[in-house]
Write a protein that binds this ligand. Structure first.
Ligand SMILES: Nc1ncnc2c1ncn2[C@@H]1O[C@H](COP(=O)(O)OP(=O)(O)OP(=O)(O)O)[C@@H](O)[C@H]1O
Ligand SMILES: [Mg+2]
Length: 258
């Protein structure tokens, strides 16, 4: 389970003089993000480009520290209990970030060892994931030159290698074809059905509407609304998610909250 409470993060704006006011020296990536993602559910973080999705996920994944606010993964604090959080969490970043000189098998196995799996178990788990994610054809090829779909699969395998309770995926279907997208959705559904907590970010309305039990709409660094699809449609008096999204974000901009 993921609980985020008023997460806030700014970054230094490069090339701005120190004489300028502090507010102009920094970019606010995440103003105030609060939401909950439950076990056994698929939660979608839905928002446009630049809304703060990746920054939020990176804070939850312990890759960067929030400036203020709080978050826990399965009850462990993302700032003070980094190791526990990493044990409970699998994270697939936006750009797969796999090692190009290693093969699929080596990439996964290396990560398994980093996660503390003993040699034989690491080997076994790697083989299992290669089969499950249908990667046999490119299991022993170096990742350099892999297609987007192949890279995504390797990154997903890496995120799953230590059987984490909670899985976070940053725009996982980016660059995937129809069949690969369907395959990934099936995996996400299976994980949630097994009781895992799955959170993914997207800007694609249909994808979120089709897959998610729970949706958090993020805009301009703030969660404007969170609910089931039905709840969001009811609260905005709309019949499709796109219109509801516009309504929720406009009412946030006008000063309304949830
Ligand atoms: N390291 C950084 N340095 C400076 N600004 C940053 C940094 N990371 C993010 N930002 C800024 O913070 C804002 C939010 O970025 P973020 O990557 O979280 O958005 P996003 O919702 O993931 O967008 P996208 O859909 O394009 O991936 C953007 O304005 C971005 O330029
Ligand atoms: Mg992003």
């Amino acid at each position: 389970m993921i609980v985020a409470q008023e997460l806030h993060k700014t970054f230094k704006r490069l090339g701005v003089s120190r004489n300028k006011p502090l507010s102009q020296q920094r970019v606010t990536a995440v103003k105030s993000v609060s939401f909950t993602a439950m076990d056994g559910c698929i939660t979608g973080l839905l928002g446009p480009n630049g809304a703060g999705k990746s920054t939020t996920l990176r804070m939850l994944a312990t890759l960067i520290e929030p400036e203020s606010g709080d978050a826990t993964i399965d009850g462990h604090n993302v700032v003070t209990e980094v190791l526990q959080v990493r044990n409970h969490l699998g994270f697939m970043p936006h750009n797969a970030g796999i090692y190009p000189r290693l093969t699929t098998r080596e990439n996964i196995h290396y990560y398994a060892r980093l996660c503390g799996l003993p040699g034989k178990q690491a080997q076994q788990r790697t083989g299992e994931l290669i089969e499950q994610l249908d990667m046999l054809k490119f299991a022993d090829r170096r990742a350099n030159g892999f297609s987007q779909g192949q890279k995504t699969k390797v990154a997903l395998a890496r995120a799953l290698v230590h059987r984490p309770q909670t899985l976070m995926l940053d725009e996982p279907t980016n660059g995937l074809d129809v069949m690969a997208t369907r395959g990934l959705r099936e995996i996400i559904r299976q994980l949630a059905a097994q009781g895992h907590c799955v959170l993914f970010s997207s800007h694609i309305m249909q994808e979120v509407a089709a897959l998610c039990d729970h949706i958090a709409i993020i805009s301009d660094g703030t969660v404007a609304m969170q609910d089931t699809l039905k709840g969001i449609l009811q609260r905005t008096s709309q019949s499709d998610l796109e219109d509801a999204f516009v309504e929720a974000t406009q009412s946030l901009a006008a000063g309304g909250e949830e």
